[in-house]
Design a protein around this ligand. Structure first.
Ligand code: PLP
Length: 424
């Protein structure tokens, strides 16, 4: 294996999660579907479910504090502003950013990646400069660079994968040696293979070559302890809705020294310092990047989500999911003719399981599983270049979270056997 991820530091004490107990906090998971079947939700990679506390925090915001932020002098405007800015401070602690002002609220991770491409890369890259991505990226970390390539003549190149679904880091070394790389943009965790990439190791290589490192943390922040200072990247993007929070809210973390140099992405109210008929000046970050009325109730939900995750403990969540990876990979071996993609080593794999039956379409698989009460996703999961490599236009994907129990995996395996029988 050429992926040289170092052995993890000695594990901190973790406390075993009881996922069935955790699931009690999620009202949606209590329901029965399809004539009384227990809902087995294995689509958390697409979006996570929300605990009572998150739903309540958003309700409470609308009941008690609803107003617009930053511009009012009345009591509700002050409350709304406090909720909005406190959420920023809470998020800065959660990922260990250097400053609260390095947390930029966006609509989602996709917008965060576009903000980097638009606000940073468009300003500082020129024709012939290279942006390095990889074969395992989500389209959110491909298309923004393609748009830039069209406009500016920037060249986008991709790192290929080893057979086990890890990055061929020697290819990154070769690209960096060429001297034209200005940005490396990689996912922390693959949303299809579950591969956990060695971000700190890559950050060092990228910086030694004088380039900027952008990380798509969408599938990492919900599942692993993420500390942006020790990871050492320059930008880190993720979405609230995959980490127990609401839809409509994302985060771009960026080093303040870089945010300060960037152009705004969207223009309008809230992000300005002064406006005349013919020109305008902009606020310092993060305000410069938050044009218009922001998602305020969503930040109330986000704070509750972060509190839930911190109370549970990110190391405990990771330990639970690591155990689930071993269990799931072992159990899936018992399903005849099922091919499971991604690394076999649970140390470098998150709880995402893409699979296929050679002779059954992924959509048929997902539909039959749904009939059995098991919710998975089927398609290319916004990762077409990866599916080209897998040799399959679509796969079915089961993805776990802190409320996923071994019984849920057993239900998946049983339902997959039903699929086999139906197509026998
Ligand atoms: C790895 C990865 N990156 C980016 C995204 C995009 O997230 P969003 O649609 O919330 O912007 C996803 C969503 O599935 C993802 O899994």
């Amino acid at each position: 294996m050429s992926n040289t991820q170092k052995a993890a530091a000695p594990a901190r004490e973790t406390i075993a999660l009881d996922p069935r107990r955790v699931a009690q906090d999620f009202p949606i998971l209590k329901q029965k579907i399809h004539n009384g079947k227990r809902l087995v939700y294995l689509d958390s990679g697409a979006t996570s479910q929300k605990p009572f506390t998150v739903i309540d925090a958003m309700n409470e915001y609308y009941h008690v504090s609803n107003a617009n932020v930053h511009r009012g002098l009345h009591v509700l405007a002050e409350r709304a502003t406090e909720i909005y800015e406190c959420a920023r401070t809470r998020m800065h602690f959660f990922i260990n950013a250097y400053l609260p002002g390095e947390i930029v609220w966006t609509k989602n991770a996709t917008e965060a990646m576009n903000l980097v491409a638009h606000g940073y890369a468009r300003k500082f890259l020129k024709a012939g400069d290279e942006v390095i991505v990889s074969r395992m990226e989500h389209h959110a970390n491909l298309v923004p660079w393609h748009l830039l390539a069209k406009d500016k003549g920037v060249v986008v190149k991709g790192i290929e994968l080893n057979a086990d679904g890890t990055l061929r880091l020697e290819e990154l070394d070769a690209f960096l040696k060429g001297g034209k790389v200005k940005i490396v943009a990689l996912t922390h965790v693959s949303n299809v293979l579950g591969t956990i990439n060695p971000i700190a190791e890559i950050a060092k290589k990228v910086h030694d070559a004088g380039a900027i490192f952008v990380v798509d943390g969408c599938q990492a922040v919900p599942h692993l302890p993420v500390n942006v200072q020790t990871l050492g990247a320059d930008f880190y993007a993720f979405s609230a809705h995959k980490m127990l929070g609401p839809t409509g809210l994302g985060v771009l973390w960026g080093r303040m020294s870089l945010l300060e140099k960037m152009d705004p992405f969207l223009g309008g109210g809230e992000m300005i310092e002064e406006v005349t008929i013919s020109s305008s000046t902009y606020k310092e970050p993060p305000g410069r990047f938050e044009a218009g009325t922001p998602p305020i109730a969503e930040t109330a939900g986000m704070t509750a989500a972060v509190e839930y995750l911190m109370k549970t403990g990110m190391a405990n969540i990771r330990a639970h999911e690591k155990e689930l990876v071993s269990y799931t990979l072992e159990r899936l071996k018992s399903v005849k003719h099922l091919k499971v993609f991604g690394p076999a080593n649970p140390e470098i794999r998150a709880g995402v399981f893409a699979f296929e039956f050679e002779d059954i379409h992924a959509h048929d698989v997902a539909q039959i599983l749904d009939g059995e009460g098991v919710a998975v996703r089927a398609g290319h999961h916004c990762a077409q270049p990866l599916h080209e490599w897998l040799g399959s236009p679509s796969t079915a994907r089961a993805s776990a979270y802190l409320y996923t129990a071994k019984e849920d995996i057993d239900a998946l395996v049983k339902a997959l056997e039903t699929v086999r029988k139906k197509f026998a």
